[in-house]
Write a protein of this length. Structure first.
Length: 190
């Protein structure tokens, strides 16, 4: 199977999309803090959310496996795809503790690559902001997969004081606005 030549999205578009996501989620956290803090505390041990996010990570990994040129391992593509599904099922079945945190870690690791690929051979403030975010995602993903209990502890610490929650929400909101506005500016002004 030949690799699909998917065009890399342009930098302003990626920045705007990530900016919308960060701005929207963190604004919701500021507008409904009690609801969001309660949901955040339950999230790391949520089997339902863990299942949904794990399925998303498995599907993304399957898409990558189907479309990536594996070189000399191309003959093993089918075996790799079956292994991904079986591994995901075994993880779901036998490692239910902190499944949501681990699955978010998988998604963060997967998401870092396209963001870094988009910034390749680019310059400017927007590239720097996206690269910093992508490496933070990768680092957080490694910790979430390997030590998911830290996710629960961090959420508990942030939710213990309203000012910490507000500070985290404002930081995410401002970073999202930075990405969104700079991405829109570059798209309009070229």
């Amino acid at each position: 199977m030949d690799s699909l030549n998917l065009a890399t999205p342009n930098l302003p578009l990626v920045a705007a999309l990530i900016g919308i996501m960060l701005t929207g989620t963190h604004l919701f956290g500021l507008l409904a803090p009690d609801l969001c803090m309660q949901a955040a505390k339950k999230f790391p041990r949520s089997r339902g959310w863990g299942t949904v996010v794990l399925i998303a990570a498995i599907l993304w990994t399957l898409c990558l496996t189907m479309t990536t040129d594996l070189g000399e391992f191309s003959a093993m593509r089918g075996t790799l795809m079956i292994s991904i599904v079986v591994s995901g099922f075994l993880l779901w079945k036998f490692v239910p503790d902190f499944l949501s945190s681990r699955s978010i870690g998988f998604l963060l690791l997967l998401a870092a690559h396209p963001v870094l690929e988009t910034t390749f051979l680019q310059s400017g403030m927007l590239k720097l902001a996206l690269v910093i975010l992508a490496y933070c995602w990768a680092l957080a993903g490694l910790f979430l997969v390997g030590m998911p209990y830290l996710h629960r502890d961090l959420i508990g610490w942030i939710c213990a004081a309203r000012w910490r929650w507000n500070l985290a929400c404002w930081a995410g909101l401002l970073y999202g606005l930075l990405l969104l506005l700079d991405g829109v500016r570059l798209e309009i002004l070229g």
